[in-house]
Ligand binder design. Sequence first.
Ligand SMILES: Nc1ncnc2c1ncn2[C@@H]1O[C@H](COP(=O)(O)OP(=O)(O)OP(=O)(O)O)[C@@H](O)[C@H]1O
Length: 264
Amino acid sequence: MSYTAEQGIEAACIALGLQRGRKNVLRSVDCTFKPYELTAVVGPNGAGKSSLLQCLSGVQRPSTGRIVFNGEDAGRLAASQRARLGAFLPQSETPAWSLCAADMVALGLLPWGRLPDREQRVQQALLLVDAQAFAERPVTQLSGGELRRVQLARLLVGRAPLLIADEPTAALDIRHQLQLMQNFRSLADSGKTVVLALHDLSLAARFCDRILLMLDGALLAQGAPQAVLTPALIGEAYGVSCEFRWRDGIADFVPLDLLRKSSG
Ligand SMILES: Nc1ncnc2c1ncn2[C@@H]1O[C@H](COP(=O)(O)OP(=O)(O)OP(=O)(O)O)[C@@H](O)[C@H]1O
């Protein structure tokens, strides 16, 4: 591939399908993620958000369709090259051994070998998520939110132009949710392509350029927050009535009532 890791990457999913067991959990998904864009993938439990992010990151091989990075088939890339292009934070992960937080963050630099500024990068990443205070603590002794922040630092420490995070704000307190979303916003503004699965629709509306709304393995809608996060589409996807109150660019999502019996 002819571009460097610091250049932007446009990642496209083309007619993406994924079968798990007997179920088609992704059904012909077409979408494109661009440099300078922060995209939220939203939708009810089981809609296929994690499956889409796993395909995009290369953790899952799609059953049908393709992922294309800057026009080239990502499925043909060596795993090491793909890791340098796209960094991924899975929805959940339990540490297998008790390495210290700084060493866990440094794992995010593995795709680039031993960089001369390794220590600096690790310290900067820890600072981004406010985790310097527990840099030397074993990750097995951190609280859920502290561990998540260390895992987020591991995502942010590298040089990949594509950042993919599955429910990055879950487990974080409101201060750290806000700080993290501001960081993702700045990273997108600097040219990164950022894709997040989110359940918090207020955060998605406030910080993201685009929203992909998924339902039952397919895209129900995609576009700007004000176009996608409408009471009609939210009602169809989640089965709840809701209100969005927009004030100075800040969206406040208020779920009001159940519209129908849940299917999931
Ligand atoms: N390993 C698996 N084997 C079989 N089915 C699976 C597997 N993992 C997920 N699924 C199914 O795939 C569908 C999509 O799951 P996915 O995790 O992508 O949803 P999601 O939108 O991320 O949900 P959530 O909001 O609950 O995290 C669900 O119906 C789920 O039951």
